[in-house]
Design a protein around this ligand. Structure first.
Ligand code: GLY
Length: 373
């Protein structure tokens, strides 16, 4: 039996679901958010919150355009959600320091710097001495570094809770501990069936991260091709002066959190839905962190975390309406960039659903690139 109805049901209360719910509710829609666990307990739970398109997007032009555009929305996004929720959200645009430990890595940084210069992005290449002046904790083995000053980071968990609180202030309802099994079109509406009853929406946003492909959508033959990629992270109880900014080498990054801990990320593991931390993951991250900043050997160990990043078949997000069930909107597959892409995703989804405005950016990230979705 149906329990309650709203204009829109958002499935998933991670960063993307909460950002979308907030934007829809802020613009006047009645919204219910249905979540199988609790707010932000999927990939968001183990997110470093790094905002670094010029590192994360690599050479993918589509991803670079999306992430740079979303980064440009961040100041207003954070200011608004803090004002509306009353929840403080740590947010720093202190840049990133990408570090090279050998000549080959330095060459890569020089190539990256040349690409940034061609795009008129502020970046500076540092020699070994300048790199250690910029970050005194760096190992003596460092040969140079690249600074991108517009990059930054935020606290993903706090931001997600703030978005949920702000959405609720605009009238949204959050239903946790309700696992969605299927979505059923009925009389023009969509019924979201959960293990704790059904919710009716005039439309549904599917923002269930790695679990998006596990939800049956009656009448839609294909499932959205999103698969989990595990990331493990560590928190170190740092002693002494703090690391100054996001510091990155290869797959290892360090983020100095406001509470004095240093976050170390992240593994990239294809292990299905296995959610756990491992000895190998912790060891690899500790070794990588200590190679970069030897002072890390003296830090306390404050915990290890894991989360499943939702990776689509082409590593781009999947945002747009279903062709088969047009009042079903996908907002998933954000892989390594869920936090960074949250403001833009919320805007694109709300523009499309509430105003019928189809941003040209949607063409490259449409669900239809994967067939009859
Ligand atoms: N965005 C960082 C990560 O996915 O590890």
């Amino acid at each position: 039996m149906a329990r309650s109805s709203s204009d829109i049901v958002v499935v998933g209360a991670g960063i993307v679901g909460c950002a979308v719910a907030h934007e829809l509710a802020r613009r006047g829609a009645s919204v219910q958010v249905v979540e199988q666990r609790a707010i932000g307990m999927g990939a968001t739970h183990a997110s470093a919150g790094i905002l670094a398109p010029y590192i994360e997007a690599g050479t993918d032009e589509t991803l670079l355009d999306l992430t740079v555009r979303s980064l440009g929305l961040f100041d207003n996004f954070i200011a608004r959600v803090v004002a509306e929720s009353g929840v403080p959200v740590p947010y720093h645009r202190t840049g990133t320091l990408q570090v090279a430990l050998n000549d080959e890595e330095m060459l890569e940084l020089r190539h990256a710097a040349a690409r940034l210069e061609a795009e008129h992005v502020a970046a500076s290449v540092l020699d070994a001495q300048a790199a250690r002046t910029a970050e005194p904790h760096l190992s003596d083995a460092v040969v140079g570094a690249l600074v991108v000053s517009t990059h930054g980071f935020t606290a993903a968990g706090d931001l997600t809770r703030a978005l949920a609180a702000a959405a609720c202030r605009h009238g949204a309802r959050l239903i946790e501990a309700s696992a969605v099994g299927r979505i059923v079109p009925k009389n023009g509406d969509l019924i979201v069936d959960t293990d704790r009853g059904a919710f009716i929406g005039g439309a549904v946003v599917l923002a269930a991260g790695s679990w998006s492909g596990q939800i049956e959508i009656v009448g839609v033959p294909a499932r959205v091709p999103v698969r989990p990629v595990r990331g493990q992270l560590l928190r170190l109880a740092w002693r002494g002066s703090a690391v100054r900014r996001v510091t990155w080498r290869g797959r290892c990054y360090l983020v100095p959190w406001d509470d004095g801990t240093l976050l170390v990320g992240a593994t990239v593991e294809d292990v299905g839905f296995e959610e756990c931390t491992t000895v190998a993951g912790v060891r690899d991250l500790l070794e990588a962190a200590c190679e970069l900043v030897p002072q890390a050997w003296k830090a306390g160990f404050a915990g290890a975390y894991d989360g499943l990043r939702p990776k689509s078949a082409d590593e781009l997000p999947v945002i747009g309406a279903s062709r088969v069930v047009p009042n079903l909107m996908y907002a998933t597959g954000h892989y390594r960039n869920g936090i960074l892409l949250a403001p833009l995703t919320a805007e694109l989804v709300a523009d499309a659903m509430l105003d019928g405005r189809m941003d040209p950016a949607l063409a490259a990230i449409s669900p239809q690139r994967f067939g009859d979705l």
